[in-house]
Write a protein that binds this ligand. Structure first.
Ligand SMILES: Cc1ncc(COP(=O)(O)O)c(C=O)c1O
Length: 428
């Protein structure tokens, strides 16, 4: 397998794009080496510019839950391209999309479409501040909620991959309003709330964290957060940018049977196009402009192509619950297989999995928060990553990222991935 063309393309890209990429983790800095430049993708496979084929475990960081070039999505896009690309005026597509999201997701009445997960979280925070009349935000170390200033404190995978502790350009005034504590540590949350009485507008959380590897909530943790929010007049924001429509049609809310006050979405709801959304009960969402005063807007928000792609994918997920059974079963198979292979080799490993999200951490301790994730052997992960790449298996290029399993993966693909683990021998 040669990567000559990718290497050459990366050199060219670095001259005109910072670091040669449009989103940092793509640069392979977390695992070393030169990133692969992709050319095409179909089903479970990626094809790079050198003509190499890879089994894909990133799936565009989640959206390709049914595999690449999923026919219902590409067909909807083909049809829409012939009609119009963008109007800057309302369309029925947006109402249909909001209606479908409301139907699938528990506890919400209204949805506002935006263009990315970052925008969704940023807007959700503004809304929470407006509704409560408070400024402070509690977030969890290792959770990522996009790159808006307020969230760039202890912010998970991207920053952790690059060992960025504080971000130049984020003013101390903004950073002071963001309070961070360890994931799964309910006493730390209680303490922060007590230390800042009547000041906390929102607690934002990835209900299953996906930006420090995959870290599930400890039993009772989400329930306790809900209770703290109820008692203290704080709004609970579930960032379901990764978990939404992936863990279940109703996302983590459905799986854990807990409703947040505001939800944020991204990734899957665009079917591969750039989309995000935030949603809540009517009395909260009615405060958003133009029905309320919380201003938030977007020239391309609700873009017809994005709505058609997202609607096609969400409809498939809504109509065929078998998709979830299949991807969860494949992920379980992979989990069991990898656990057997690594234990046979005497390599200590913690494998975390929720539904079709999974991560492999080279450590002999459980991974329950950012510190335990960061304590794993990242050098061994880099070796494992490159070994897989050479075997035609494309894993996320950072130990802090979750793998996303798609419905397009075959039994052979899974077995090839287990064979790659079997032939892995780390060097010290
Ligand atoms: C949980 C979570 N929230 C928000 C975001 C930001 O989304 P986007 O990259 O679309 O801005 C991400 C991106 O990975 C994410 O994983």
């Amino acid at each position: 397998m040669t990567n000559d063309k990718s290497i050459q393309l990366f050199e060219q890209a670095q001259k005109v794009i910072p670091g040669g990429v449009n989103s940092p983790v793509r640069a392979f800095k977390g695992v070393g080496g030169s990133p692969l430049f992709m050319n095409a993708a179909k089903g479970a496979y990626l094809f790079d510019e050198d003509g190499n084929k890879y089994i894909d475990y990133i799936n565009s960081w989640g959206p390709m839950i049914c595999g690449h070039s999923y026919e219902p999505v590409t067909e909807a896009l083909r049809d829409q391209v012939t009609k119009a690309l963008s109007f800057g005026a309302p369309t029925v597509l947006e109402t249909e999309m909001a209606t479908l999201i409301n139907k699938m997701v528990p506890g919400i009445d209204m949805v506002r479409m935006v263009n990315s997960g970052t925008e969704a979280c940023m807007s959700a925070l503004r809304l929470a501040r407006a509704v409560t009349g408070r400024n402070k935000l509690i977030k969890f170390e290792g959770c990522y909620h996009g790159h808006a200033d307020s969230f760039l404190v202890s912010a998970g995978s991207g920053l952790a991959t690059f060992n960025i502790q504080s971000v130049p350009g984020v003013t101390s005034a903004v950073a002071q309003d963001t309070l961070a504590c360890p994931y799964n540590d309910i006493d730390a949350v209680r303490q922060l709330v007590e230390q800042h009485p009547d000041q906390v507008a929102a607690i934002i959380i990835e209900p299953v964290a996906g930006n420090m590897g995959c870290v599930p909530p400890a039993p009772g943790f989400l329930e306790a957060l809900r209770e703290i929010c109820n008692v203290n007049g704080i709004l609970l924001i579930f960032d379901e940018v990764m978990t939404g429509f992936r863990l279940a049609p109703g996302g983590a809310q459905e799986v854990y049977n807990i409703n947040a006050d505001i939800l944020t979405f991204g990734k899957i709801i665009g079917g591969g196009l750039p989309v995000g959304a935030y949603a809540a009960r009517a009395e909260i969402m009615q405060q958003v402009a133009p029905s309320g005063k919380v201003y938030q807007a977007g020239t391309l928000s609700g873009n017809p192509l994005a709505m058609r792609a997202g609607f096609a994918l969400l409809s498939a997920l809504d109509q065929d619950p078998g998709i979830y059974e299949r991807i969860n079963e494949r992920t379980r198979y992979l989990h069991d297989g990898l656990a057997t292979v690594f234990s046979g080799k005497g390599i200590p490993v913690a494998i975390n999995r929720v539904g079709s999200m999974i991560s492999v951490h080279f450590t002999d301790k459980p991974v329950v928060d950012f510190n335990s994730s960061a304590a794993a052997d990242s050098k061994m992960f880099s070796q494992y990553f490159h070994h897989n790449l050479a075997m035609g298996v494309y894993l996320p290029p950072s130990a802090f990222e979750t793998w996303f399993i798609s419905d397009a993966l075959t039994q052979d693909d899974l077995d090839s991935t287990l064979e790659a683990a079997q032939s892995f021998s780390p060097t010290k």
